[in-house]
Every structure is written in structure tokens, then in C-alpha cells.
Design a protein around this ligand. Sequence first.
Ligand code: AMP
Ligand code: MG
Length: 352
Amino acid sequence: MKRLFPLILLPLLLSGCAREPQPATAQFFAMDTVMSATLYGEDAGPGLVALQQEVNRLEALWSRTRAESDISRLNAAAGENTWVDLAPDTAALLQTARDLGRDTGGALDVTIAPVMDAWGFGAADSFETSSFRVPSQTELNGLLPLVDGSGGLELDGNTAQLTRPGMAVDLGAVAKGATADHLSNLLAEDGVTSGLLDLGGNITALGTKPDGTPWKIGVKDPRDPEQYFCVLSLSDQTASTSGGYQRKFESGGQTYHHIIDPSTGTPAQTGLLSATAVSRNGTLADGLSTACFVLGADDAVAFWQDRGGAGDLDFDLVLVQDSGTVLITEGLEEGLGLGEEEVGYSYEIIRR
Ligand code: AMP
Ligand code: MG
């Protein structure tokens, strides 16, 4: 196994080298998370302004907490047999999410909202005021019929409806990746072709570094999220990571996290500590990181064998198992940097 970078070099690699041109940077809070952007080139300054406006526009469409958002209006009309008018960007994202849900056998289901709410992970709960609780399986069983993205979420052009009262959409699994796609397109139109976006753990490499080499992206160690355990070389790609460590609470000596298996209504427990999906398509990366975390290593690898590596979907995976073995699909092998032994993982490249 190649060990290209001692971890001590990571900060250097991640921050770039001193001779590089100075970027324009911004950090801001949106979509319930901290976002940051680092842009290079003449148009970087105006690009930062345009980027934040675009994030605000999309949040106003996709938020579950703003009463006027497309998603709130769709949810409020659940079961009323009414087609709700949506912005084309919302309709497109719902379509993509529903397709991905079907592709992953329901592991991704954006109609998970009623179950998220039951656990206190819902939209009304900010990080400060969360009212986490452990719902009984009876309560969950009562809610599961409402989790039905493939059947109960109907789409027609730029309209949609939820067929049963109590159904609700939560775009948390795909919104940040979709936002990354919007931002990449907008920035490319504005002439910004080099930079990095960090939308709450979804890292997007715009083009290459100013010197023409790929961006180096650290993947967080789910056992110690202040550290990175591997480095990926990316250009014009998004790396999305889903992990149980990102949002969780404890009750009765048990830890419960925010990625729910739609078949049971309980936090997915498949032996994965985190799943990272890399794709040129940010929406796909975000949706698949969540879906693969729910699927678990065996099914996620099978899905990659079928649709990724040799198939019709552009994505690669980094799967961290609680056994300590990290599975990395072969599309990420070039420019891969792995932590030294003391990081405590062993690595296996998955090939077609
Ligand atoms: P991510 O951080 O991209 O993995 O997305 C996690 C978020 O997606 C959660 O906070 C929920 O809002 C939502 N979510 C949780 N489980 C699922 C699921 N199985 N399918 C779709 N969305 C989910
Ligand atoms: Mg996701």
C-alpha cells in the first residue's frame, strides 16, 4: 500500500504553498451549517458576492423552517390532492433525489422528515434547542408509511405533491451538494475557474489549483474529526462525507445519530463510521454519501461495482468501517495519500 504523505504534511498540502496567488475568501452561516469559499483569479471578489446571493436564494427555496419556501409549501399541502408550484431548481432536485432513492433501493428517501422530527433531528430543532428523544418502535412503525419517496412524492413538470397527510420532505441529504453544483456553474459563468468550496463538509474543488495541479482534499477521521486520515486529489469534483459522528445525541448509554435507515426509522447501523462519495456531480456525491452510509459497505460496494466503476453513474467511494479497514474505490487511487500506521486504519482498494 502506498503511503505518500506523512500526516504532518497535511496542513501544508491543504493550505497550499506560499508562492501561490492570494485567494479571496469568505465564511458564512447558511443551511444550518458553516460554509466557506476560497476563490482564485481576477473575478474572485465579485464571485464571492454572487455565490452568497445564490446560497441565500436556494436556502429560501429549500428550507424546511421558512414558511414560504417551496419545501414548506409542498409539505403544508400534503394529502390535499393539490399540485404545488415549484421553482424549476426545486423540481429538478426533487426529481434527482427521487431517482437516486429508487436507484439505491430506498436507502435515500427525502420523505424521511416525519421520522427525523420524531427523533428531534427535525427542521424545528436548531443545534441549540434540539429536543432529542428516542421514539418507540411502535411510534416509528406508525410513521414509516409516510416515508415513501418513490410512491407518495409525485412530480409533474415544475409541480409536485405529497399524496398522504403527514408526509413531508427534508432535503438535508442532497441540498448542499446541489448547492455546490449551482455555485460551480455560476462561478464558471463568472470566470472563476479555480477555488474550493466547503459547504458544511461537502468539499468542491473548482478546476485545479492555480498552478494547474489537482486540489488536495483531506477526509476527516470519523474517530477523531479534528484529524484527516487520507488525502484525495480532486479537480472539478465534490467530495461529500456522511457520518454518524456529525450529528448525534446520547440517551441511556446509547448513541443515536442523524442518518436514518428508511426501512426501520432508526439510525443506520451497518458497521460504517463514515461514507464519502466523490463525483463531478455534487448532488450525486451528497445523495450517495448518505445512501451508502445507510446501505453499509457490502451493498455500497456492490452498488459501485454495478453503477459506479463500470456503470452509468460517475462516483467513487471511501468507506470507513468500524473494523478499521477503509475501502477506497479505484477511481480515487491516483494522487491518493494515506495516513501513517498510527492513524489506526488499514486500506483496501476496490477494483471492478
Ligand atoms: P448527509 O449529511 O448528507 O448525510 O445528510 C443527512 C441529513 O439527511 C439528515 O440530517 C437528514 O436531514 C436527512 N436524512 C437522514 N437520513 C436520510 C435518508 N435515509 N434519506 C434521505 N435523507 C436523510
Ligand atoms: Mg448527503
